[in-house]
Design a protein around this ligand. Structure first.
Ligand code: NCD
Length: 289
């Protein structure tokens, strides 16, 4: 069965087919899938896990509960053996979030479909697809749209998944961050220079759990230099939108007052996540594209 592990090798027509299918689900189309799935989340998650669960329920799938804290992982069982166990008991797809980058390489021999719900600082393909869906919904296209990704680029799987996919689909992508967080990207630290010419301002959460940020910045200083402040929002283009994958550090990446402002699509992104994940589950379980 097809896996969804990274955005790096997903062709444009596959991406657009998934977005089209998500749109059909948003418009009320129903689908019914047979089988059981398990969400294996080894890192904390609210949105991704819950929206996968919602998507699974809407598709009529059996969702087997799995809590890492009560599993044999605590007895030292490997991820591979855990996934093989799911396969043996008849599970058709596993959705995995794991702190290890490319954890999925060790699962190459498994027959069960694997959907990546985030691998360390690696990739987060369903977040990228829901972001692409949200941008397409807003502007009717992705080609030619200027997206500025702001924040912890080097450690963000959201930035990496989106950077590749957006460029491949013809968007202009700019990166703004402190030099220390540039990773392999060509970045600037001057958000003010770009804020007035960008269509999408995509803010990222500072990944405190993946590095020590406090030595580099106080929250206040980060907000002043790299945050979306009210003053910056006023300089945005008339129809430009604000995105953030959440969870949000209010007052750090983005001013509290902007989280639900008229330009913000942050909660719309979450809503869209359910439709996109329905499309991805269908693709993984039925081979439908
Ligand atoms: C993101 C993640 O976990 O990578 N959140 C999400 O899935 N919506 C972003 C983040 O944690 O910063």
């Amino acid at each position: 069965m097809p896996n969804l592990l990274t955005m790096n090798n997903l062709e444009n027509d596959k991406i657009m087919n998934l977005l089209k299918r998500a749109e059909q689900f948003e418009k009320g189309e129903k689908a019914s899938l047979d089988g059981a799935v398990v969400n294996l989340f080894f890192e904390p998650s609210t949105r991704t896990k819950m929206s996968f669960e919602m998507a699974e329920h809407r598709l009529g799938l059996s969702v087997l509960p799995f809590e890492t804290a009560f599993s044999s992982i605590l007895k030292g069982e490997t991820l591979y053996d855990t996934v093989k166990t799911m396969e043996a008991i008849g599970v058709k797809a596993v959705i995995i979030r794991h702190e290890e980058e490319e954890y999925y390489q060790q699962l190459a021999g498994c027959k069960v479909a694997v959907i990546n719900g985030g691998d360390g600082s690696g990739q987060h393909p369903t977040q990228s697809l829901l972001d692409l869906y949200t941008i397409h919904q807003e502007f009717g296209r992705i080609d030619g749209i200027h997206v500025t990704i702001v924040g912890d680029i080097a450690h963000s799987r959201v930035a990496k998944s989106n950077a590749a996919a957006l460029k491949q689909l013809g968007a202009k992508v700019s990166f703004v961050c402190p030099e220390e967080w540039s990773g392999d990207y060509d970045t600037t630290d001057d958000l003010d220079a770009l804020i007035g010419e960008t269509d999408v301002v995509m803010m990222l959460r500072v990944q405190h759990e993946r590095h020590a940020v406090s030595a580099l910045f106080s929250k206040e200083r980060y907000h002043i230099e790299f945050g979306l402040t009210e003053a910056r929002e006023r300089k945005m283009k008339k129809d430009a939108i604000i995105m953030h994958p959440a969870p949000i550090n209010r007052g750090v990446e983005i001013a509290d007052s902007l989280v639900e402002c008229q330009r913000s699509r942050i909660f719309k992104q979450m809503e869209n996540g359910v439709f996109v994940r329905m499309a991805v589950l269908e693709y993984a379980m039925k081979g439908r594209e």
